[in-house]
Ligand binder design. Sequence first.
Ligand SMILES: Cc1cc2nc3c(=O)[nH]c(=O)nc-3n(C[C@H](O)[C@H](O)[C@H](O)COP(=O)(O)O)c2cc1C
Length: 143
Amino acid sequence: MVGRRGDTTYRRVLDSLIPFNQEWARASSLLVAALAEERADNGVPQDGPVYDTGLAVAQLVLQTHALGLHAHQMSGFDAEVLHGSLGVPGGYRALSVVAVGALAPADLLPPKLRERETAARQRRPAAETFFGPAWGTPLPVGP
Ligand SMILES: Cc1cc2nc3c(=O)[nH]c(=O)nc-3n(C[C@H](O)[C@H](O)[C@H](O)COP(=O)(O)O)c2cc1C
């Protein structure tokens, strides 16, 4: 479900966010709630819809950035509040909320958030992420 700033859906999605996220996400243009169908086949819960929803959000993020905008994914929201206020029927589960908008200058943020936004990013090394010959053995890279 997609809320545009100023509309009811936006307000409801915003209200479901934890206070930390509300603080910065309230400036975004869109708040998108990504929900997966909780399907069970013959009583066996299916992973497919969750996988598909993650893939769909990934495409949303890529397209957003391709358009020169920004997207920020969040798991910090109250799913029960969100389901209730949006009237989501049983059998669906909100997995993430994505804020979409133009990137504003970091100095508009309160000090703590500004610090986080401008800090040097730490990424897990590729050798701990991609395994090749055996589990835990880094994928050989390079020529
Ligand atoms: C599962 C998951 C949940 C997240 N939830 C939040 C969140 O609630 N609020 C938030 O500000 N960032 C959250 N993040 C982090 C952002 O989505 C993003 O990955 C992070 O800010 C790194 O951004 P960067 O690429 O600018 O370094 C979450 C990330 C993951 C993987």
